[in-house]
Design a protein around this ligand. Structure first.
Ligand SMILES: [Zn+2]
Length: 338
């Protein structure tokens, strides 16, 4: 990771420096302090392009963006929250209001940052994509680095709990598919968080909400996911209760992007963990999300809500936990083979 940051060429550093100087001189001529005040929400108000005094020169790693903290503020007093679904980084820095920022602008580079604004005492940095934010406090300065997911992680996965919000998916005996999907995904999230590590995981939703298909797909594209994994539960063709049961995985049969191999892994691990019948792989080209995904995509149907026995199991924490465990094993297997 460190290496990649250091691989910035001399030429690009020089051109950055030149560009910064140009911006700076243009800026001070064209904008008076009053004019800047009028652009309260603009990037320029809170940012200048100076040197944060953290080591200039080629080969010395400089943080992208730095802010001098109000006197006496320790690292513990600062919080940095990365809301990647909204492409926003939210900074809570006590006593760093508009007046403070006017006298202590951010210094560094604005790469990937579209705007900085103050909202309810919080500083919001609008990003042009999804980044991993690395923050540190040193010598009274807050330093922020914004790294692309693929600079940080070997394996990247987007996990999608199907449906949500007003889209409940199938409903059987007051059980809504969206809730089963989310519950399984939350259990999977806990497993992945315990492990931490080299797998970058992003979620299309962790609450009862319904992001659009485009938002779900764009997240997978933005992070360049190795797989977009959508979690669902199934129903029989006519929606009636039936004997039909078991686990299935779907992928777009018209793509040769590794989706099929991944679908196989997910099907095996989930049905093993559940002890359910593995019904096999199903063609998913007719599914809008699978067809439109620009990264390998798999949809797992954990079990049938139209089978009474399976529905009763799907409702339990134990069965949901085993589904999550199977998905988790599949992710580890997938990561290990990359
Ligand atoms: Zn579904």
């Amino acid at each position: 990771m460190e290496k990649k940051i250091l691989m910035v060429s001399t030429a690009s550093l020089l051109s950055l420096l030149l560009a910064s100087l140009l911006v700076l001189s243009e800026f001070s001529v064209a904008h008076s302090r009053e004019a800047r005040r009028e652009q309260m929400e603009s990037l320029q108000l809170y940012a200048s392009y100076g040197d944060p005094g953290t080591g200039i020169g080629i080969g010395v790693r400089r943080p992208q963006l730095s802010l001098e903290l109000p006197k006496g503020l320790e690292e513990a007093g600062v919080s940095v929250e990365n809301d990647y679904r909204k492409r926003k980084v939210i900074l809570h820095i006590p006593e760093a209001g508009e007046d403070y920022l006017d006298g202590h602008p951010f210094v560094g580079r604005m790469d990937h940052i579209k705007g900085i604004r103050m909202e309810d005492g919080l500083l919001e940095l609008a990003m042009d994509g999804v980044y991993e934010v690395q923050s540190s406090v040193e010598g009274g300065w807050l330093h922020l680095d914004f790294l692309a997911p693929w600079q940080v992680y070997e394996t990247i996965i987007v996990i999608d709990a199907g449906h949500g919000g007003s889209a409940s998916g199938d409903t059987k005996q007051q059980v809504m598919e969206k809730d089963l999907n989310l519950s399984i995904v939350r259990r999977l999230k806990s497993l992945l968080e315990e492990d931490g590590g080299s797998i970058g995981v992003y979620y299309t939703r962790t609450e009862d909400e319904n992001p659009s298909f485009e938002q779900r797909l764009q997240l997978a594209e933005a992070v360049r996911a190795d797989v977009f994994l959508s979690i669902h539960c199934h129903s029989s063709g006519d929606g009636q209760m039936s004997e039909e049961n078991g686990t299935e995985a779907m992928y777009d049969e018209e793509k040769e992007d590794g989706s099929r191999q991944l679908a196989e892994i997910f099907l095996q691990e989930v049905s093993n963990s559940l002890g359910s019948k593995a019904n096999g792989l199903f063609p998913g080209n007719r599914d809008y999300v699978l067809r439109s995904s620009r990264v390998p995509a798999v949809s797992v149907a954990v079990g049938y809500m139209t089978n009474q026995e399976e529905l009763d199991k799907l409702k339990t924490a134990e069965y949901q936990g085993r589904a999550a465990q199977g998905l988790y094993q599949a992710i580890l297997r997938m990561a290990g083979s990359q």
